[in-house]
Design a protein around this ligand. Structure first.
Ligand code: ATP
Ligand code: MG
Ligand code: FE
Length: 334
C-alpha cells in the first residue's frame, strides 16, 4: 500500500509517499529556515503563509518524483498535532481537500509518533522497545509494546533539549537554529566548565533543561562582568556534555529496567554528533539494539508521517472531513 504523508506542524512543508510503511518512494521537504533566521526563531504567522504558498508545489513534486498520481495513493496521512495551530491547519486542510476530491481514506498522525516511526524506514521495529525522542519541542522516553501503542515513561518538565540548544546558541550569538552550531563548536572545545545535571528524583525518567540553560547564561554574564575570558567552544562542549550525560544515562537505565531489545533515537536533536557517538559507544556490546535514522529523517519530514500513518491505516483508524488541527494532541490518547 502507498500512503501519502503531509507534514506542516512547524517550519517545514513536507510531502512524501511511502510504500508498505517501510520504503520511501519520494520525500520532499521545503524548509523555511531562511525566512525565520532574521527573527531568531520561528514566527507562526510567517510559517502559515509559507505553508500555503508551498504545499501544492511540494505535493506535486512528491507525486512527480514517485512517478505517481493521486489515483495510485491508498491513503492520506497528515500531522494533526502537536505544533503551531496555523501551520497545522494548512496541512490538515490540504489533506482533507485531497481525501474529498479523490475519495481516499484519511488518517491523522501525532507528530512525535511520526518522529519515532522514521526508524521503521531504515529498520524493522521489534517490541517492546524504547524511543528517546529529542526534538525542538519534546524530550521524552516512550515505551512501545506494539505498533501504535505509546507510553510516555518520562518527559521534560520545562524546556525541550532542542529548545535549550537553540537558546544557548542565541546567547552565544549563533544563528537559528542553533543546535547544529553548538554541536560543531562543542567538538572544537573541551568540557572544562562545571555545569549542572538535572537528575531529578531517584528513579524518575523525567528531564529538565531550563536550569542548565540558565547556568550557561549566568556563566557567560559573570565572566563578562569580571572581564574573564570564556572560550565559546568550551562552553558549548560543557553544555553538550551535560545534555548528553543526562539523556544517555536515563535512556540506558530505562532500557535495562524495561528489558527492551531496541532503543530508537528520534527527533531533530538526534542529528547531534556527540549524542550519536556516545550512544553508539555505549550500546556497542549491549544486548539492546540501537537504531539511529539518517539526519534527513531526524528533522521534520513527511516520510515519517506516512510511515506512522500506514500503521494507523492498517489498524483501521480513520479521520473524518471534520478533522481539525490539534496543537495539544496527546501521544498516549490519539
Ligand atoms: P517537535 O518535533 O518537538 O514539534 P520540531 O519539529 O521543531 O519540534 P525538530 O525539527 O524535530 O523539532 O528538531 C529541530 C531541533 O533540532 C532544533 O531545536 C535544532 O536546533 C535541533 N537540532 C538539529 N540539529 C542538531 C544538532 N546537530 N545538535 C543539536 N540539536 C540539533
Ligand atoms: Mg523544524
Ligand atoms: Fe519535529
Amino acid at each position: 500500500i502507498f500512503v501519502l504523508g503531509i507534514e506542516t506542524s512547524c517550519d517545514e512543508t513536507a510531502v512524501s509517499i511511502v510504500k508498505n510503511g517501510t520504503e520511501i518512494v519520494s520525500n520532499v521537504v521545503s524548509s523555511q529556515i531562511e525566512s525565520h533566521k532574521r527573527f531568531g526563531g520561528v514566527v507562526p504567522e510567517i510559517a502559515s503563509r509559507h505553508h500555503v504558498e508551498q504545499v501544492t508545489f511540494v505535493l506535486q513534486e512528491a507525486l512527480d518524483q514517485a512517478e505517481m498520481t493521486m489515483e495510485d495513493v491508498d491513503c492520506i496521512a497528515v500531522t494533526e498535532g502537536p505544533g503551531l495551530v496555523g501551520a497545522l491547519l494548512i496541512g490538515v486542510n490540504a489533506a482533507k481537500a485531497l481525501a474529498f476530491a479523490h475519495n481516499k481514506p484519511l488518517v491523522g498522525v501525532h507528530h512525535i509518533a511520526g518522529h519515532i516511526y522514521a526508524n521503521r524506514l531504515i529498520h524493522e521495529m521489534t517490541f517492546p522497545l524504547l524511543s528517546l525522542v529529542v526534538s525542538g519541542g519534546h524530550t521524552e522516553l516512550v515505551l512501545m509494546k506494539g505498533h501504535g501503542e505509546f507510553e510516555v515513561i518520562g518527559e521534560t518538565r520545562d524546556d525541550a533539549a532542542g529548545e535549550a540548544y537553540d537558546k544557548v546558541a542565541r546567547t552565544l550569538g549563533l544563528p537559528y537554529p542553533g543546535g547544529p552550531h553548538i554541536d560543531r563548536l562543542a567538538h572544537e572545545g573541551e568540557p572544562v566548565i562545571d555545569l549542572p545535571r538535572a537528575w531529578l528524583e531517584e528513579g524518575s525518567y523525567d528531564f529538565s533543561f531550563s536550569g542548565l540553560k540558565s547556568s550557561v547564561i549566568n556563566t557567560l554574564h559573570n565572566a563578562k562582568q569580571k572581564g574573564n575570558e570564556i572560550k565559546p567552544e568550551d562552553l558549548a562542549a560543557s553544555f553538550q556534555a551535560s545534555v548528553i550525560d543526562v539523556l544517555v544515562t536515563k535512556a540506558k537505565k530505562a532500557v535495562e529496567e524495561y528489558g527492551v531489545g531496541q532503543l530508537l533515537l528520534a527527533g531533530g536533536v538526534a542529528a547531534n554528533k556527540g549524542l550519536r557517538e556516545t550512544l553508539e559507544s555505549m550500546f556497542d556490546s549491549h544486548a539492546c539494539e540501537l537504531i539511529i535514522p539518517p539526519l534527513s529523517l531526524c528533522t521534520d519530514n513527511a516520510a515519517m508521517i506516512a510511515a506512522a500513518g500506514t500503521i494507523l491505516f492498517e489498524q483501521g483508524k480513520r479521520g473524518g472531513l471534520d478533522m481539525n488541527a490539534n496543537p495539544g494532541l496527546d501521544l498516549e490518547q490519539f
